[in-house]
Design a protein around this ligand. Structure first.
Ligand code: FES
Length: 576
């Protein structure tokens, strides 16, 4: 181990011949750790979000094992540790409620232990941002490996995608096109292998984002979870993180403004999830990069969506991998001058080094930039008297004919109010109306729920209506679609203008001009504002109280105000 002469932070635990060194080494020896592991080699933390309650990450022990092999091959000392795992399909009220809590777990677990560099095992939606946010606040050498998407769903001779098919099939049940039994049959057809959602939902988007940011190796996003090439990638990650520890290649050298700008553009090109907006803003905040909605607006405007994946398009992640995956997309963006090619990656080279020769094997799945799915595919940022601090919409998943629309508001005060009334045949609504949902924001729900893509009234579905303008302070699943205005800030629970909307008000949406307007005179809005009262009191205790006291609005990434920034790896008190 002659090359290991750099003194790592783990030497503060394992490198001393005193009482502390005895304690730190002795207890580790009960696992059969040989003495040579304490010879000054880098300790590599393998931060695992395995959990049977997070089905998308349930195969992570196998991935961790392949990372471990790579670490050992390269002369590192691998130590796997668990952190809070957020399963999108099970957690209530919403996994987003716990994203910041999980990030605190990650941050303190890394800093408090003898770890020199860390591999983050990410998969289901919130497991990627929570781990990256926590690691960014410590700023050690770090690589992400994603767990990979499930194989494509197959149902009655056609392919179906995670989440997206659920919304489509449930609408067909409501409209009477298929039976409930038909619907139930699709359950096992949709999720037929290990892995996360195989649409371009939030999990696939965030796996693409970390690859675009340069904190994952090329091809990370798309290799199916059960493809043996993902295990090879995990092995490479294990080898590379040891080298990064020696090079002291920390996250802050890679997660620069250029890296985030690249990621925002890539999100437009892949038709990525709207959730990437809050997650990237929060991740950037942890490493001291000031990214905001204006950056999303500016950088995404001229980016064509060239990846034809559900929910925006037709194909699924397995097809995306076979077509060339994210390297092929990034090559096309780079050739169109939409990438900072010199941004650094965990490879030690530039982003461009990893994608310059990437082949594309299928121009239907990954289109040429002059034949895009949507010409202006980036996230549209909307502002106006209804959203002074901004709102967003995903053009590639919306209906072109609704991008400029004026309609009568039909207001649901809460998601419970929506559920109670949406199926009422007497509900006064038609397809020209604008459905408004309040109290789905960070504080109002609480936790910022994925309910913004509220389903249309069954009576309109039965008439064949498939999209309407919807406006809320909530989020929507990355697998969802529609002309859905999300993340309205400030939210209704804070007394934002959304709280003042009443049935019958006229709302104007103008996506090309970035405008969301409530057509009610200012004096009337002032009068309503004076009458407004907060709908609910604050939680009296527990994490819910911490959340309510400190969560910021959507335009700030919904992080906690006291977590913004990097606090480094120094432990306040270092010995027993
Ligand atoms: Fe885990 Fe979709 S539910 S990625």
């Amino acid at each position: 181990m002659s090359e290991n002469r750099r003194r790592f932070r783990s030497a503060e635990w394992y490198g001393k011949n005193d009482k502390d060194g005895f304690v730190h080494r002795s207890w580790m020896r009960n696992q059969g750790v040989p003495s040579r592991m304490f010879d000054g080699r880098p300790v590599i933390g393998i931060c695992n979000t395995w959990s049977e309650l997070t089905p998308c990450n349930a195969h992570f022990r196998t991935i961790a094992e392949h990372v471990r092999r790579g670490v050992l091959e390269a002369g590192g000392f691998p130590l796997e540790f668990p952190v809070t795992s957020l399963g999108e399909s099970n957690l209530r009220p919403t996994a987003m409620f716990l994203r910041n809590l999980a990030s605190m777990d990650v941050e303190e677990s890394i800093r408090g232990n003898p770890i020199d560099a860390v591999v983050l095992l990410c998969g289901c939606d919130k497991t990627t941002p929570s781990l990256v946010m926590g690691a960014a606040s410590v700023d050690l050498p770090t690589i992400v490996i994603s767990g990979g998407p499930m194989l494509n769903g197959h149902y009655r001779g056609r392919q179906i995608g995670s989440g997206t098919a659920v919304w489509q099939l449930s609408e067909q049940v409501k409209s009477g096109e298929i039976s409930v039994d038909d619907f139930m049959e699709a359950e096992s057809c949709m999720s037929r292998s290990a892995g996360h959602c195989m649409t371009m939902g939030t999990a696939s988007t965030m796996a693409s984002m970390v690859e675009a940011l340069g904190i994952a190796l090329p091809t990370n996003a798309a290799i199916p979870a059960v493809d043996s090439r993902r295990y090879v990638l995990a092995n490479e990650v294990g080898r590379r993180i040891v080298a990064m520890a020696h090079e002291d290649l920390r996250l802050s050298r890679i997660l620069t403004r250029k890296a985030f700008e690249n990621a925002i553009r890539v999100n437009g090109a892949i038709g990525g999830s709207t959730n990437a907006v809050v997650h990237l803003i929060a991740m950037a905040g942890r490493i001291g990069v000031d990214i905001g909605l204006d950056d999303w607006d500016r950088l995404g405007r001229d980016i064509p969506t060239i990846v034809d994946l559900q929910p925006s398009g037709r194909f699924l992640m397995e097809d995306f991998y076979y077509a060339g995956g994210l390297p092929a997309v990034m090559r096309r963006l780079g050739e169109a001058d939409h990438l900072h090619k010199d941004a650094l990656s965990v490879t030690g080279g530039t982003i461009w080094d990893g994608v310059a020769d990437a082949p594309c094997w299928n121009d239907e799945v990954i289109r040429a930039p002059d034949k895009p799915l949507t010409a202006n595919g980036g996230i549209a940022v909307l502002r106006g008297n209804l959203a002074p601090r901004g709102a967003i919409l995903k053009p590639s998943a919306a209906s072109p004919e609704l991008m400029v629309h004026r309609g009568r508001a039909v207001v649901f005060e809460t998601i419970e109010d929506y559920h109670a009334r949406i199926s009422d045949p007497d509900l006064d609504i038609d397809e020209t109306c604008v459905m408004v949902l309040k109290h789905a924001g960070p504080i109002g729900y609480p936790g910022f729920a994925e309910v913004g893509n509220m389903g249309l009234p069954p009576k309109l579905l039965k008439r064949g209506i498939r999209d309407m303008v919807r406006v809320s302070d909530g989020r929507m699943s990355g697998t969802a679609y529609g002309t859905v205005v999300l993340h309205v800030a400030p939210e209704a629970a804070m007394g934002g203008p959304l709280a003042l909307v009443r049935n019958g008000d006229m709302i104007e949406l103008d996506v090309p001009n970035g405008r969301l307007h409530l057509d009610v005179p200012e004096e009337e809005l002032d009068r309503r504002r004076e009458q407004w009262k907060p709908p609910v009191g604050k939680p009296t205790g527990g994490y819910a109280r911490l959340f309510a006291d400190h969560v910021m609005q959507a335009d700030k990434g919904a992080d906690f105000d006291f977590l913004v920034g990097s606090r480094g790896s120094v432990v306040p008190r270092e010995s027993h």
